[in-house]
Design a protein around this ligand. Structure first.
Ligand code: ATP
Ligand code: MG
Length: 216
């Protein structure tokens, strides 16, 4: 693998993983023509309530979801870390591994991007990575002033620009719109409905087997 090829990842709670996550990751991999996109489940989410199952279970569901798909991989660094799941820690850990020169790309939905100013030391992220912001049904790109300024200052238009430097670009990208959320899936299961076809069957089987999210 070439050292100038971007190392691309998408973080999240993945509580549970669904086709919105998986299709996003695959479309980004194909658009960038990189080897793979890494999915990084968080250990203890900093920005939200406790998830409906353990970090290990969220990790196991991700592993089942990407089985047989060589373009997607699961990276367990956050759940194996003793540190809090701050994106800053993850970026620093990846930088230590990749060195200063390799392009590093963080993919996030527009909903996550709009909340960036609430993340620890968010204003240092672009000195460590590039950011790809992907569209998500139900969320519009109406940034408040800090995110708007960040975007204007760092915006790039072509994926090729990601390979020219290690960090510092913001790229906005439209995807096949899939209005799926983990919240919707947790609610369906808790209410006794099937989430089938919103997520891989293997993941749904795992949820049933382990009686997660209130499945009876
Ligand atoms: P929850 O409803 O529990 O918040 P979620 O579906 O938003 O779950 P997360 O784990 O919070 O999933 O999201 C991880 C990342 O994936 C975020 O950057 C989020 O914006 C992105 N994402 C999630 N679902 C979609 C989707 N359907 N389309 C595009 N991006 C998505
Ligand atoms: Mg979310």
């Amino acid at each position: 693998m070439s050292d100038s090829q971007p190392w691309v990842f998408m973080g999240g709670t993945f509580d549970p993983v669904h086709n919105g996550h998986l299709r996003t990751a695959l479309e980004i991999q194909q658009w960038l023509a990189c080897d793979r996109v890494h999915l990084i489940p968080s250990r203890s989410p900093v920005h939200r309530d406790e998830p409906g199952c353990t970090a290990r279970q969220r990790h196991d569901m991700l592993t089942l979801a990407v089985e047989g798909e060589s373009c997607l991989a699961v990276d367990a660094r956050e759940i194996e870390s003793q540190q809090d799941s701050y994106t800053l820690n993850t970026l620093k850990s990846l930088r230590r591994e990749l060195g200063d020169q390799r392009p590093l790309v963080m993919v996030m939905g527009v909903d996550a991007y709009l909340t960036l100013p609430t993340w620890r030391q968010w204003d240092t992220f672009l000195s460590l990575c590039h950011i790809i912001v992907v569209s998500r049904p139900g969320y519009h790109f109406h940034p408040e002033v800090q995110v708007s300024e960040l975007t204007q200052k760092h915006r790039i238009d072509k994926p090729a620009a990601l390979s020219r430097r290690p960090c510092g670009g913001v790229l906005i990208h439209e995807l096949t719109p899939l209005g799926i959320s983990a919240t919707q899936i947790r609610n369906l299961i808790a209410d006794g409905f099937s989430p089938r076809y919103l997520m891989p069957d293997q993941v749904w089987h795992y949820i049933k087997q382990n009686k997660l999210y209130g499945y009876k």
